[in-house]
Design a protein around this ligand. Structure first.
Ligand code: ZN
Length: 477
């Protein structure tokens, strides 16, 4: 048995369904969805590239393995000296030269799918930990075509290189294959998620899949267990509310990317992911390794942030335990004890759940699934597990992000927030899907089960194999 995971970065589930209905994705329809199915899953917060790849390859939430965002502040390192090198290192960003640091920042104790399945090949991935020699395909072309695409918008050339490498690898002796198509995310950022060039990129993936299928079948081979997924959704951005610039206007010197990571006398750091989420670190060079809890936060600044129309919700650590959720209308406390998550509104109902709730993890996923912030309780709890996450996190309301129009190139569309259109992702597979809601973190244990590879003793995954989720049917093909 073999398994292949095709990660279409930034693919929206509604666009995928629409193209399927029009008959534009015939290979996906015939070889994956007809024998299996397509469902709407949910990703992690922050819903952004790289960070949201962690669940697929590690079966863990980003907060469980110490990666709170595509940008974050290494508090201890920031205090290590005023030299340009220390400050540049402390202000983590996987968007540029530090991209490969994602591999070493993920907790060393967590094995990757590549570690557990040594016969793995990956095409165009930023996460490479555990890949054997020669298994990281088109790494050089990814670097060259990827940076050309970033500045010139030529994502189609990169996707075509991925497609060729995918078809070429069809009959190699791998057991697990990861294929990443970055084009939809990249082009949508420059245009919008429904742009003709974006739609054509979905068709490109389908044609490449057709090429892969015919090559496998020509030699009498059997199709692998297929998982076609994305890491986040995407929406058009109408307004950029630059939180760092807002803080500067209030006299709060703010450390931020790209050139203000050397900001003198910084009293705050703003680390943006996606660009629709931001984590704020106060006194960023104090050397304090532990994050601030509620009573030590600058309350007037927090109140002002919560009041912004661009903010769907703000969250931070409570004084005793748990996470405080704030919106313009209300406030709630979220705690997690002995497998039960408790949502206690103190006034209003920030997550729109109708009042006090105490449920186990899967029940809570089902309960929040249709709200405007699906899976928000679990996602906020997982993010604040890591001491690397900010003192305050903001999730943007629809149509807003947190980085100014100065960005080159400007993001006309984006993701990163907890809102449904960013959290919802397609999960298509030719194996049986469960009836209950699933998350992207459930994919890795499902792949391991398909390959009959056990989870090593002492390794606890955050996800659950499809066959073991509630109401699931046995895994068959
Ligand atoms: Zn993106």
């Amino acid at each position: 048995m073999r398994a292949a995971l095709v990660l279409i970065d930034g693919a929206r589930v509604d666009v995928l369904r629409d193209l399927l209905n029009r008959g534009d994705l015939p290979n996906l329809a015939r070889w994956v969805i007809e024998p299996g199915g397509l469902t709407t899953g949910t990703t992690v917060f922050p819903s952004t590239t790289g960070v949201a790849y962690i669940p697929f390859l590690f079966g863990r939430y980003p907060g469980s393995v110490g990666v709170p965002g595509i940008r974050w502040l290494d508090r201890r390192r920031a205090a290590q000296g005023s030299g340009w090198r220390e400050q540049w290192r402390a202000a983590r960003s996987y968007c540029g030269a530090q991209g490969s640091w994602l591999n070493s920042d993920v907790s060393p104790a967590a094995p990757s799918l590549f570690d557990l399945v040594p016969e793995s090949i990956a095409i165009c991935t930023p996460l490479t930990r555990g890949l054997g020699p020669g298994a990281n395909r088109i790494a050089t072309r990814r670097a060259i075509l990827g940076s050309a695409a970033h500045y010139l918008g030529t994502y189609e050339a990169l996707d075509r290189a991925v497609a060729r490498a995918w078809v070429a690898a069809a009959n190699e002796p791998w057991r697990f294959l990861l294929v990443v198509f970055p084009g939809i995310d990249g082009i949508a950022h420059l245009t919008d998620p429904f742009h003709p060039r974006v739609l054509e990129s979905y068709r490109l993936v389908d044609r490449a899949f057709g090429g892969f299928v015919s090559r496998v079948r020509r030699t009498g081979g059997e199709l692998p267990a297929m998982f076609v997924v994305s890491d986040h959704g995407m929406t058009q951005m109408r307004e950029h509310h630059d939180v760092a610039e807002l803080l500067e206007q209030r006299g709060v010197r703010t450390l931020r990317h790209p050139v203000h990571v050397w900001r003198r006398g910084a009293a705050a750091a703003a680390m943006v992911s996606g660009n629709a989420s931001v984590q704020l670190y106060f006194e960023p060079r104090s050397g304090r390794g532990t994050p601030l809890e509620e009573s030590n936060l600058p309350q007037s600044i927090v109140d002002e942030l919560v009041a912004m129309p661009s903010v769907r919700l703000a969250a931070y650590r409570a004084d005793d335990e748990g996470v405080v959720i704030r919106t313009r209308e209300g406030r709630a406390l979220l705690t997690d004890a002995e497998g039960l998550v408790r949502y206690q509104p103190e006034n209003g109902d920030p997550l729109g759940l109708g009042g006090y709730i105490e449920r186990d993890d899967r029940e809570l996923l089902a309960l929040t699934r249709e709200t405007d912030v699906p899976d928000a309780p679990r996602q906020l709890l997982q993010l604040f597990q890591t001491a690397r996450s900010g003192d305050v996190v903001l999730a943007a309301a629809p149509g807003f992000d947190f980085r100014g129009p100065w960005e080159i190139p400007e993001h006309r569309a984006g993701h990163g927030s907890l809102i449904a259109e960013h959290m919802e992702v397609p999960i298509a597979t030719n194996v049986a899907l469960p009836d209950s809601p699933i998350r992207t973190v459930d994919l890795m244990p499902t792949v391991l089960e398909c390959l009959d590879v056990p989870v090593p003793p002492g390794v606890a995954l955050d996800g659950t194999a499809f066959s073991k989720t509630a109401h699931a049917e046995p895994l068959t093909r």
